[in-house]
Design a protein around this ligand. Structure first.
Ligand SMILES: [Zn+2]
Length: 460
């Protein structure tokens, strides 16, 4: 197929076709399996061991790199391939830490990277040592092909994402911004196949919700436990917990969620298409989420994508069994949509809870929001079309947070694209932080190739 047929820019296509793909597949799979075997469960993290492993690869290939230890054992590694500097750099980023895994609840050991039934099993297989291995493979391919680059190609393997990024991407952005700054940061969450009915989609994260962690306090009349009174602050705080847990805050439409829902609907049968589209109708949206969406976890994801949320996660007040305290509290994990702020969230909470509550903001991070109206959307769309014809790329809003928070502080455009081809029986949502996390070997190789095409088109 010629370059014009594939849509890849001519030099990028020719260079990619000339690479030894058997070797790239073998080597990238080995890197993935080696990384899974380095246990970087956070806490305590211990990402420095993974950094040393990657450093040895970069050293062997004569790729410039630095290892930064943000705290003892908490390693971050940054590598750089130089260019003519015609355009700003592209950063490929992956966090090297993983969440805990209890081997007793796994079919195969979580840190052995065994291959069974066409899958590599292990913690980090899709979140996100796969991406680290794919990114390193891209750097090695670019380095060995000796192609002239018009953008520096950067790699960051970072610590501590699973516990809030403080010792990883946020630390790098604060202490060594010059080593990672560029136009684009490519990382999680997105690029996996989302199978809905017969249609296949590839969500690509371009936005994520902000954080607004709060403490809600209620005051009341203290007294002896033997004399119940209705102004007990625990009653007030209990009411608040119930309201926050069961009622929804107002709906807000955003460009990214509109794009996601409309794209998703466009490939579904007529009835489903109609129901999905009405999710964006403020008068019907909540009704559909409550009554017409049989899959509770899907309904929850849409709720989070269409609303600011304020989820009670801790409750307390008083410490003596026979004393009614004067005050009680609720800790609330608040998340704000793009376009929203702590102030708008608090106004919504006041309207929901009514008077009598103190609302105190404990910690905030703003939402991030990019646009699909960017050349990179076309580059990703073409790469997916070549390797999974008929599938549709969708803009995606992540309800949680990722390293994109740190990179967007540096003014970078953050794209969650860690491509992996999944079959309908596979489930990204189930494996992500779940038991028996695994990645199909073929789906991983699909990802290496798709990512390489995207990266080469950007940097050559
Ligand atoms: Zn992750």
């Amino acid at each position: 197929m010629s370059a014009s047929e594939t849509g890849t820019s001519a030099p990028a296509a020719a260079i990619l076709d000339a690479l030894d793909w058997d070797e790239i597949r073998r080597e990238s799979l080995q890197i993935l399996r080696d990384l899974i075997r380095i246990d970087t469960t956070n806490p305590p993290g211990g990402e420095i061991s993974a950094c040393h492993y990657l450093a040895a690869i970069f050293q062997r290939e004569r790729i410039d790199y630095d290892v930064f230890e943000s705290a003892p054992g908490r390693g971050n590694i940054v590598a750089r391939l130089g260019s003519s500097g015609e355009a700003p750099p592209v950063l490929l980023s992956a966090h090297l830490d993983v969440v805990a895994a209890d081997p007793r609840t796994w079919t195969h050991p979580p840190f052995a990277a065994e291959v069974h039934g066409g899958y590599v099993w292990g913690r980090g297989a899709i979140d996100m040592k796969n991406m680290a291995a794919m990114e390193v493979a891209c750097l090695l391919a670019a380095r060995r092909s000796r192609i002239p680059l018009r953008r520096d190609l950067l790699f960051a393997g970072v610590a501590d994402e699973e516990a809030g990024c403080r010792l990883g991407s946020l630390w790098l952005a604060e202490h060594h911004p010059e080593t990672i700054r560029g136009e684009y940061a490519i990382s999680e969450i997105g690029g996996f196949t989302l199978n809905v009915g017969r249609a296949r989609y590839y969500p690509v994260q371009i936005a994520e919700k902000g954080i607004c962690w709060l403490t809600v306090k209620a005051r009341g009349t203290p007294g002896h436990g033997s004399l119940p009174n209705r102004d007990n602050p625990l009653i007030h705080i209990g009411k608040a917990a119930q309201a926050l847990g069961l009622k929804m805050l107002p709906m807000h439409r955003t460009e990214v969620v509109d794009g996601f829902v409309e794209g998703l609907a466009s490939r579904q049968p007529a009835l489903k298409r109609m129901v999905l589209k009405q999710l964006l109708n403020p008068r019907l949206s909540d009704l559909i989420l409550d009554r017409l969406m049989p899959d509770e976890s899907l309904a929850n994801s849409f709720r989070a994508a269409l609303h600011n949320t304020a989820n009670p996660t801790s409750i307390g007040g008083g410490d003596k069994i026979n004393v009614v305290p004067g005050e009680a509290f609720l800790r609330v994990d608040g998340r704000t949509l793009p376009g929203q702020s702590p102030e708008t969230l608090i106004a919504e909470l006041r309207a929901l809870l009514g008077s009598g509550y103190d609302i105190q903001v404990d910690q905030t991070m703003p939402p991030t929001e990019g646009s699909f109206d960017d050349p990179l959307a076309g580059v990703i769309g073409r790469a997916i079309a070549r390797h999974d014809p008929g599938a549709l790329v969708l803009p995606y809003l992540a309800p949680g947070f990722t390293d994109a928070k740190a990179y967007s502080q540096l003014g970078m455009k953050c794209w969650g694209f860690s491509p992996v081809r999944l079959a309908p029986e596979d489930s990204f949502a189930r494996w992500f932080h779940g038991n028996d996390e695994r990645i199909p070997v073929e789906g991983f190789h699909f990802g290496v190739r798709a990512l390489a095409e995207v990266v080469f088109e950007l940097v050559t």
